[in-house]
Design a protein around this ligand. Structure first.
Ligand code: GLP
Length: 242
């Protein structure tokens, strides 16, 4: 696990840009595992700016998103479909059919989870981008999730619903379920890049890096992966021992 501590969110995003860009430029057919939430917004903005400036292509890049809320349509501005289109996909020459996000508004969730799990196995990610929940979750794999978990529908914890309420008009509108890749799917990636900034992430960061490897902090399992980059700002890193 390589840990980088940057001065602020902008520099942390620049460091992540370097890593993502290296994959895209060296392998124009790479598969990227993508995350949502507030953490990667700046990185996506930098990727778009860099793409426009340097004109390399995303035409044959594939993407697999981590998760999607259950019960909201892809056109809903709080859906992760909407988020990805707004922040990234609509600005690149990426082919829509090469982008993958779980369908959270399906009638048969078993079929959808099986379909998405198969895609995830078919296209192992060259790089998996991750944010970190305040409670140590990755994707929507909440504390207590088995490290062998695969794609499935999960119940969101109260902590996650509260943390994500800021994206919705009212807390009652936050879905209480989501489809997420499992921890086993996440660990399949060749390289994992986790970003975290802000004091609200500091406890989870400490548990991930210095706590025991346990399902109590899902992100702690990343310490068993051979190629992980953790990029933090000073606030997120401030409880670390060294
Ligand atoms: C959400 C997402 C995660 C994300 C995390 C942190 O619940 N499912 O993929 O990493 O919470 O969100 P944020 O970046 O907004 O702090």
């Amino acid at each position: 696990m390589k840990i980088y501590i940057e001065e602020n969110k902008d520099l942390l995003s620049l460091k992540a840009l370097e890593l993502v860009k290296e994959v895209v430029v060296n392998n124009p057919q790479a598969t990227l595992g993508l995350a949502t939430g507030s953490t990667p917004v700046k990185l996506y903005q930098l990727l778009v700016e860099d793409y426009k400036k340097n004109k390399y292509s995303y035409h044959s890049i594939k993407t697999i998103n981590l998760d999607e809320y259950v019960g909201i349509d892809s056109s809903n501005h709080c859906s992760y479909h909407y988020y990805m289109n707004t922040h990234l996909f609509s600005h690149l020459d990426i082919q829509k059919e090469n982008t993958n996000i779980p369908n959270g508004n399906t009638v048969d969730f078993l079929v959808e989870c099986e379909r998405y799990n198969t895609i995830s196995n078919l296209y192992p990610r060259d790089l998996q981008l991750l944010g970190l929940g305040n409670n140590g979750h990755i994707g929507f794999n909440e504390p207590g999730t088995s490290f062998d978990s695969v794609t499935r529908v999960v119940d969101l914890t109260e902590a996650t619903i509260n943390a994500n309420a800021r994206f919705f008009n009212a807390i009652e509108e936050v879905p209480n379920k989501a489809i997420t890749l499992g921890i086993k799917n996440i660990l399949n990636a060749k390289t994992i890049v986790l970003l975290a900034y802000g004091k609200q992430k500091a406890k989870a960061v400490k548990a991930m890096i210095e706590g025991e490897i346990s399902t109590g902090c899902p992100a702690s399992i990343l310490r068993t992966h051979p190629n992980v980059f953790i990029i933090l700002d000073r606030d997120a890193a401030h409880l670390l021992n060294s």
